[in-house]
Design a protein. Structure first.
Length: 186
């Protein structure tokens, strides 16, 4: 089955500037991206490469560096790998209408050495080490009892930081250096 079927079905590629290509252009390893998405509700889309696509979760409050804060992460449809470099504006009437900014990006490692990422996903507990520009260190994604609802939690390691809050203090794109407002003008 085409894993990107739902992604394609939801979009009209004549109208949206979003990519359809499924190529990763980072050779270092599996990638992750966090896209700030100023849609009807502002949220942060967290995407992790798994089996040739980007597994995706929408996080209303964005990630936290504080291990005692659990952030709701709602699973959404798989996205193509090429989406990791997408920023721009989706027309208002289209699916996901609003502005998308690449808030953080990098590579990651699966922290479970005896279990593949896909198995972890199926079991509902993913543990990864992120190497991004804003986020680093261990993060856990754990499935709750409610369908599609997960929690993103910072692990207790030397990258945890209760004082730093990049969601509010580092709003710019790691690709263009622009803010949502500046991207909207284009
Ligand atoms: Mn979104």
């Amino acid at each position: 089955m085409d894993k990107l079927g739902e992604y394609i079905k939801k979009r009209d590629f004549e109208k949206t500037p979003e990519p359809g290509d499924n190529k990763r252009n980072d050779t270092r390893g599996p990638i992750f991206v966090i896209q700030k998405h100023s849609a009807s509700n502002l949220h942060y889309d967290f995407r992790l490469e798994m089996n040739g696509v980007l597994k995706s979760w929408a996080i209303p409050k964005g990630p936290s560096l504080n291990p005692s804060e659990k952030r709701l992460a709602i699973e959404t449809e798989d996205h193509p790998l090429g989406y990791a470099n997408f920023e721009g504006t989706i027309p208002e009437k289209e699916y996901g209408g609003g502005t998308v900014l690449v808030w953080d990006k990098g590579v990651f490692k699966n922290l479970k050495d005896k279990m593949s990422l896909e198995e972890s996903y199926k079991k509902g507990q993913i543990e990864v080490w992120l190497e991004g520009e804003k986020l680093e260190g261990g993060y856990v994604l754990v499935k709750t009892g409610r369908e599609d609802h997960w929690l993103l939690i910072k692990m207790k390691d030397d990258k945890a930081d209760r004082r730093r809050n990049p969601v509010s203090t580092e709003p710019k794109s790691v690709i263009s250096g622009k803010t949502i407002k500046e991207l909207k003008k284009n």
